[in-house]
Design a protein around this ligand. Structure first.
Ligand code: ZN
Length: 239
């Protein structure tokens, strides 16, 4: 097999849900198309990667427009914030944690939540082999960069933003309640347990409330596919 084909296939395989067979299918499908298609595809990818930035607060990926570029470049210290994080009318005391962008989008679409968000990102399954921090862990223990991130990155791969979540809650004293909107499966459960441990110092120090989406999301259900009523129920019945 040609080296170039192998290279492209292995690049596709880095995307979620793409195995070796699917990767090869993509490669051969692209080879069937004309040159213009390949050129457009690669330029779209390049453009998206350049124009789209991650919100400095919630990590949502959004497109910077030219005016944003000028405004944000004029003040280096101005954080790049998405429209939700910039919106002063949203409830600052609520922070809803989701696993992926698409979960946030689906919850926004339901219009039953008006607080702020945090996207955990990464592949939750990487958390499985990790020993949870000791339950007595104080702020300084949890604040130790190595303790939080080294375990998570042990197996390589995408990074889960546990460290960033810790910093966000630590620095934003407006947050009174953290709501876990994890998928109702093993990965979601594991992430929930881990977040509870990491944020425990704030529960003790400033009475931070940690709740989770209530029943309504059946076992194995994904936030991404949940309809408006399900999300509304899960939010109202949080505990
Ligand atoms: Zn944001």
């Amino acid at each position: 097999m040609s080296n170039t084909i192998e290279q492209l296939a292995s690049a596709f395989q880095k995307l979620p849900g793409v195995g070796p067979r699917q990767a090869k299918r993509f490669v051969f499908a692209i080879l069937e198309k004309d040159l213009e298609y390949a050129k457009t595809l690669s330029s779209f990818i390049w453009e998206a990667r350049n124009k789209i930035v991650r919100c400095a607060a919630c990590f949502y990926a959004f497109e910077l427009h030219n005016s944003d570029f000028q405004r944000q470049n004029s003040n280096v210290k101005t954080l790049r914030l998405c429209s939700v994080c910039q919106n002063a009318s949203r409830d600052n005391s609520l922070l809803l944690i989701v696993q992926k962008e698409i979960d946030l989008e689906n919850i926004e679409k339901s219009r039953c939540y008006d607080g702020k968000y945090f996207i955990l990102g990464g592949a939750i399954f990487l958390l499985n082999p990790i020993k949870l921090p000791r339950s007595k862990a104080g702020l300084s223990d949890c604040g130790d960069k190595n303790q939080i991130s080294s375990g998570i990155n042990k197996n390589g791969g995408d990074k889960i933003r546990m460290r960033e979540l810790f910093e966000r809650v630590k620095n934003d004293k407006n947050i009174k309640e953290v709501i876990l909107a994890m998928n109702a499966d093993r990965e979601g459960e594991t992430a929930g347990l881990y977040i509870n441990k990491i944020l425990e110092p704030f529960v003790q120090q400033r009475a931070l409330k940690i709740t989770r989406f209530g029943k309504g999301l059946s076992s194995g259900a994904e936030i991404e596919y949940a309809d408006k009523d399900t999300i509304q129920n899960a939010f109202q019945n949080r505990r």
